[in-house]
Design a protein around this ligand. Sequence first.
Ligand code: NAI
Length: 342
Amino acid sequence: FRDSFAPKAVKQNSDSITRFQPRASSFKVAILGAAGGIGQPLALLIKMSPLVSTLHLYDIANVKGVTADLSHCNTPSQVLGFTGAAELPNSLKGVDVVVIPAGVPRKPGMTRDDLFNINANIVKDLVEAVADTCPDAFIHIISNPVNSTVPIAAEVLKQKGVYDPKKLFGVTTLDVVRANTFVAQRKNLKLIDVDVPVVGGHAGITILPLLSKTKPSVSFTDEEVEELTVRIQNAGTEVVEAKAGAGSATLSMAYAAARFVESSLRALDGDTDVYECSYVQSELTELPFFASRIKLGKKGVEAVIPSDLQGLTEYEAKALEALKPELKASIEKGIAFANKQP
Ligand code: NAI
């Protein structure tokens, strides 16, 4: 389980998550939107982590049943449920990592930006509560459009005077998980060995897989680059269409989010060799937020890794320039929303 979470670039220690051994240090994790399509399988995966002592499940409905169900798993962590706005502050008390998959998912024909009006308000309200109750926590934003909801969260935290850019993350792990899977399939590679950095943002052409930086080193024809890039960018839509109105990616997203939580907890636990791609405040490009590989440490983002953006192919360099206007507009839309007068 642990092995399948960790890409090659991430150091693995000797603990096996499958043995459920209690650990000296253990952490509190809260999921906001825990009764949803992503929230439920994510809660199950986090319940299996030996790094977690307490798991708080918050939603506006249906938490009681999910909590009762999950609490019967004989893994060490305790599961507590919280329903409705009145219980939100208690769900956040003493929490080390807050994961936010609350909000509506896409239906066929919708872009992630079509979710803006509903999800922007949900993220704003939830992050205000995080700022009031657990301002030191790592905040993982899953709710779409991530390109805008992360800047919204940053503005809310600034307004509350508690913004720490090192602790706010847009979860783009699913783009990496998909890139690894599709490249391994296309090139007949062993899946566990493959690591493809994905940079930019998390919507359409702003998702930029850097295939030239694939590990292990592998060569692609121009046709393969085009085909794989487009498939990785549209993989979310592939799932939305296959589900035909029943939502977007939930199981693969839960897997990806659980991997990012596990990496964050390992970093908090003192592992000094943890790397993931994430959408964070960044000086890598002229854009204020940008997804790239980062080094995680006890205090959050320890370093934004610049090397993946060096020596790009012509195709990648062009795609990088092409994504910037769209990503810039999404960032500005989020900032404007958060700062508009009520
Ligand atoms: P869902 O509709 O199945 O679940 C959402 C949950 O959020 C529901 O249980 C709902 O009651 C809850 N919720 C709504 N308003 C809330 C509030 N104010 N406070 C707390 N909980 C609230 O949706 P699903 O499939 O779980 O997707 C959730 C979000 O994740 C969507 O915005 C979707 O677009 C996004 N997503 C992000 C991905 C990524 O790679 N970052 C990938 C896939 C989905």
